[in-house]
Design a protein around this ligand. Sequence first.
Ligand SMILES: CC(C)(COP(=O)(O)OP(=O)(O)OC[C@H]1O[C@@H](n2cnc3c(N)ncnc32)[C@H](O)[C@@H]1OP(=O)(O)O)[C@@H](O)C(=O)NCCC(=O)NCCS
Length: 280
Amino acid sequence: MLHFSTLENIDIREITDTFNEAFSDYSIPLQLNYEQMQTKLRAEDYAPEYSVGAFYQNKLVCFILHCYREEKGIKRVYNGGTGVIPSQRGQHITLGMYDYILPQLKEARINQVILEVLENNVPAKKSYEKVGFKTTRRLRSYFGQIQEHSTTNDIQVESLNNIDWDLLESFWSIQPSWQNASQSIRNILDKLLVYALYRKKELLGYTIYNPASKRIHQIAVSTKSRHQGIAKALINHIRQHNNPNVNIINVDEQDTSTLNFFEQQGWENKINLLEMKLDL
Ligand SMILES: CC(C)(COP(=O)(O)OP(=O)(O)OC[C@H]1O[C@@H](n2cnc3c(N)ncnc32)[C@H](O)[C@@H]1OP(=O)(O)O)[C@@H](O)C(=O)NCCC(=O)NCCS
């Protein structure tokens, strides 16, 4: 018999072990060590009291890792990972975990739950649809190498220490997904590099890069300065000071100018995710 509970008293090491077992046969390599799991949970605002585990003989065998944020009066929970270890699959335990946790989220007056799922992950998508999740947008991910670009002398790229988030966010055309949201960045800023591009002391573009995962979390150029080579200069700076190999995940497919830029770099759109939402 399985029993369900929230995850307040469950050690992150046990969660990491079960996570790695559940994702051992995933379609893309996804294995985290303890430190990477801690960073992920810190970035995403992990909320063990809203998370759920299924236990078999006191061993955690299935989980939903929920994170929590309140923004503009909306209380949102984000599913940062669902997993069922291979030997427990095929019993609709994901539905069982939602049956257990959703009444508790409603009681806590959570307004909505969001998640991302690989678009070809049939069992996961089926489970979420049965719970009532609806697709809200499609997100693309890119992997590639930064080519060397020549840049003009009238611009400077520098590390940005005092971040004016309102200014940077005014450059956005779309909202980033949970993992790339500014709050996720602020939560692990000690592990990230923020580069800003200036012309005549005016900040015209910026990028936020994670050297450990080689991931660009955010890149944006002020609308009036687009098509002037600013994004190229920013990624060139990443190349010079870090690594030419980069990845970028979860870009809204409506953001065609950003996607065109990645495609012009020759970066490969390997995986696509669906963002799904459940209103409570
Ligand atoms: C996704 C996952 C959590 C679902 O586990 P589960 O709750 O045991 O789900 P089930 O195996 O009961 O399958 C759910 C549905 O998908 C169907 N399904 C399962 N495998 C399938 C496959 N390979 N092809 C088509 N349908 C499949 C099942 O028949 C079931 O459909 P039904 O509701 O119509 O009967 C589990 O497969 C897992 O841990 N996968 C690895 C990690 C992962 O992908 N996590 C999700 C990230 S978003």
